[in-house]
Design a protein around this ligand. Structure first.
Ligand code: FAD
Length: 454
């Protein structure tokens, strides 16, 4: 079969999700698909999480659970061990390695394809931004920002986290080494107290920052640290699928208490739920999903997405020394002035406004939450053409459980699919590698089998 007669899949986004899916599509035993991977960054496999050059930015999942391949659970650990020529990076698979090294691992998954001329015929990697996707009766066309146009049988969106436009008064936390440009004595106000804030504080400290750092969010919650504990084995028949949020939380607290009474740790229970979280989300009544997002999500996130112990140690040190302050408060206004900005804020539960003078503001409030506000031209084009719609909770694009994008009229597309965090409306827990790798393997199986039917 010539490469042009092979069925062709275009993947938009060469972060971890795009690479994992590409790998699966090329490696399934019966696959004869041709894949084009389009990425706007110069490197593939890094995306927003793994492009950092800061060695203090560690994975928040232990190495033993970061294999890219669901059928080879120790694949990352083996790669890591074989790579350590000199002093090993870490000695046991429960360690947390720098995220930039994980980016090397993800990129290495496609090295064999690009090096071998036979395999290279099945994979093209293009650098560029996809600005338009259009579905015709027999194919899908994709346009890049430089005017290039391609057609394929199937297009998969793997565009990942939708970052916000940077606010003019704020420093962009994602810009490489932006912390190095801040005066070491400056008073820094970070809006947001999640893991992006943690990353930014680590960057400031690494750059020798000495001035005060205030991190502020509505609840002022900080991610909990990891401990060396195993996931609890939870029997599927014990899980209250379909229950409302109150009953579900009661059941969870109960399980945590019973486990603690036997000397267990709450982390084991949270981790033991992992195999069931997608089904729990799917079967959670709509009103409960709303209540979860409004009231429980922040609490869930700090328990679920935890910090490596080494990261915790540095953050605790900064808190104990008084350099870092965490605050449950909301910014009411920001008035720029000659030395930075005068910030008016209200502490949680207090009506009186307070003021502080800061030199630098950093926006670590995360990603675009409402997909209708997306700045991504590829996603925007799907909405504008009626080829995608926002889910009823307004947290992602709507897909079915096979990752097919639902069109405006409610029909699941046969040619347009999505993977990774952009599918959170359907899967909820689809942010970390252990979930994304399963999703990519399942979608690849579906696409390869569909291709064989033509
Ligand atoms: C700071 C941070 C740390 C994390 N740490 C961990 C961790 O330790 N362990 C873990 O399991 N998970 C972690 N995650 C979760 C992370 O979401 C996943 O591991 C994974 O990186 C998601 O990959 P992705 O490819 O879906 O998204 P992204 O990483 O966002 O990649 C999407 C890619 O698509 C490209 N793209 C987007 N739009 C276009 C377009 N129109 N045209 C061309 N290219 C486009 C982008 O340039 C980007 O490279 C972390 C996330 C963040 C934000």
């Amino acid at each position: 079969m010539t490469s042009s007669s092979r069925r062709h899949v275009i993947i938009i986004g060469g972060g971890a999700s795009g690479v994992l899916l590409t790998y699966q599509l090329l490696h399934r035993p019966t696959s004869d698909l041709r894949v084009t991977l389009i990425e706007q960054r110069p490197d593939i496999g890094r995306g927003i999480a793994y492009h950092t050059g800061n060695p203090d930015h560690l994975l928040n999942v232990r190495a033993s659970n970061m294999s890219a391949l669901p059928d080879k659970p120790d694949h990352f650990w083996r790669w890591l061990s074989s790579r350590d020529a000199g002093a090993p990076l870490c000695l046991d698979p429960y360690c947390f390695v720098p995220r930039r090294i994980y980016g090397d691992y993800i990129a290495s998954l496609l090295e064999q394809q690009t090096a071998n001329p036979m395999d290279a015929r099945r994979l093209s990697i293009l650098q560029g931004t996809c600005v338009d996707i259009n579905e015709g009766p027999a194919c899908v066309s994709v346009t890049l920002d430089d005017g290039r146009s391609l057609v394929a049988d199937t297009v998969v969106l793997a565009t990942g986290h939708d970052t916000k436009a940077n606010r003019p008064a704020h420093v962009d936390p994602w810009a490489p080494r932006s912390s190095a440009l801040i005066d070491t004595d400056a008073t820094v106000l970070i809006q947001g107290t999640g893991l992006t804030m943690v990353d930014y504080v680590l960057s400031l400290l690494r750059d020798g920052h000495l001035g005060p750092i205030v991190a502020m969010s509505r609840r002022g919650l900080l991610a909990k640290p990891h401990r060396h504990v195993d996931a609890l084995q939870i029997d599927e028949t014990d899980v209250p699928f379909g229950a409302g949020i109150n009953n579900l939380l009661r059941w969870l607290r109960d399980l945590i208490d019973r486990n603690a009474a036997q000397g267990g740790d709450w982390r084991s229970v949270i981790d033991g739920l992992r195999p069931y979280t997608q089904r729990l989300w799917h079967e959670l009544p709509r009103a409960s999903k709303h209540r979860f997002l409004e009231h429980t999500r922040a609490w869930w996130d700090v328990h679920r997405h935890r910090m490596a112990p080494e990261v915790e140690a540095r953050i605790t040190q900064a808190l104990d020394s008084g350099q870092l302050t965490l605050m449950a408060a909301k910014v009411a206004s920001i008035e720029p002035n000659s030395t930075g900005a005068r910030v008016t804020y209200r502490r949680r539960g207090h009506a009186n406004p307070l003021e502080m003078q800061v030199n630098t503001l950093v926006d670590c409030t995360g990603i675009v939450k409402d997909p209708r506000a997306t700045l991504n031209p590829a996603v925007r084009s799907l909405f504008d053409r009626g080829l995608a719609r926002v889910d009823p909770l307004c947290i992602g694009i709507e897909t079915d459980r096979n990752c097919a994008i639902i069109e405006r009229d409610g029909t699941p597309s046969c040619r347009l699919f999505a993977v990774g965090p952009i599918t959170r409306a359907t899967f909820w827990e689809i942010v970390a590698i252990p979930d994304i790798r399963n999703q990519c393997a399942a979608l690849a199986a579906l696409l390869v089998n569909t291709a064989r039917e033509y």
